[in-house]
Design a protein around this ligand. Structure first.
Ligand code: HEM
Length: 286
């Protein structure tokens, strides 16, 4: 590759690396940019991302497109207030993690488990073929009910946001444990999704556990909570469902894929989970 195309691919690699630096810094214990630390890679990554979005910002301000970056540049409140450049850049960086990384984690997990369970892959494909369209509407996506079960089970098994952090605003007590005001608390979503007290055979891929007849998630209000809970529950929950289903719908129609049944992804849980080996898949055009 050469010329502008080459430099743009290089830029994407750099931005990707900067992004990974930011995501991984979120769980750093040493929060000072000493050389060689995760925090430093995060600070440098953050600066690179800011520079990246700032460079493309004037063009987005100038033309009203329908992509999220452009919409954030043009959206206006009833009183005519608009986002400042800093606001737009901050939202874009936040959304790379909150919207993009979480959805791609779910997609990779689904690729793995559907590759290991051809019967589920075919059941999802049958539903996709029955839709008879490459461009499903929201209502048509609702008909992909088997895919719903698969996605829920994937988000249980590999929880895209493994834990969320809160600070106690007052002295309180949880299950008999005293929590003083100011304490940081990690709510272990991934841990909860694997608790044998809540889930029969929790390590087993079994999308049917979410079927109307079984609804194993009903054992507790927060047994299944990949999108968090309460006032700050994920704003993109329904959007992400439509996005993930659309991508999987396309993949199911075009490809067939296989992953060995005994494959265990070497997961890296430094921050949001990802497989250290790049997750090999045998993907073939149908
Ligand atoms: C599979 C995909 C996704 C998962 C698993 C996920 C997970 C989460 C979780 C666990 C939270 C709560 C964080 C907390 O309470 O501290 C959250 C918040 C949020 N998510 Fe998502 N998310 C996903 C996709 C998206 C998408 C696609 C968008 C936007 C298009 C989005 C936007 C947000 C926003 C704005 C918040 C903050 C809400 C608030 O603080 O009031 N998310 N998400």
């Amino acid at each position: 590759m050469g010329g502008a195309e080459g430099s743009s691919a290089r830029e994407m690699d750099e931005v990707n690396e900067a992004f990974i630096g930011c995501v991984q810094a979120s769980t750093a214990i040493v929060r000072y940019p000493l050389p060689g630390t995760r925090w430093r890679r995060g600070v440098q990554g953050r600066a690179r991302l800011e520079e990246f979005f700032r460079r493309y910002l004037p063009a987005r301000r100038a033309h009203e497109g329908d992509d999220l970056f452009s919409v954030l540049c043009h959206v206006e409140s009833e009183d005519g207030e608009r986002f400042s450049d800093d606001d737009v850049v901050n939202h874009m960086i936040f959304l790379m993690m909150a919207a993009h990384d979480t959805s791609t984690i779910t997609l990779s997990t689904a690729m793995q488990y559907l590759g290991q369970h051809p019967e589920w892959q075919q059941a999802c494909r049958d539903e996709s073929e029955a839709l008879g369209t490459n461009t499903p509407t929201f209502a048509q996506l609702d008909q992909l009910t088997t895919l719903d079960l698969v996605i829920k089970e994937c988000q249980r098994l590999v929880t895209p946001v493994p834990g969320i952090v809160r600070r106690a605003v007052a002295d309180t007590e949880i299950l008999g444990h005293f929590i003083p005001k100011g304490t940081l608390i990690n709510v272990g979503l991934h841990y909860t999704h694997h608790m044998p007290d809540l889930w029969p055979d929790p390590e087993h891929f079994d999308p049917g556990r979410f079927s109307p007849e079984r609804r194993e998630d009903r054992v507790h209000k927060y047994a299944w909570s990949p999108f968090g809970g309460g006032a700050h529950r994920c704003l993109g929950m329904y959007f992400s469902g439509a996005e993930i289903k659309t991508v999987l719908h396309h993949l199911l129609l075009r490809y067939r894929w296989h992953v060995p049944a005994d494959y265990v992804a070497p997961m890296n849980f430094t921050s949001l989970p990802f497989p250290n080996d790049g997750q090999p898949i045998d993907l073939r055009v149908r």
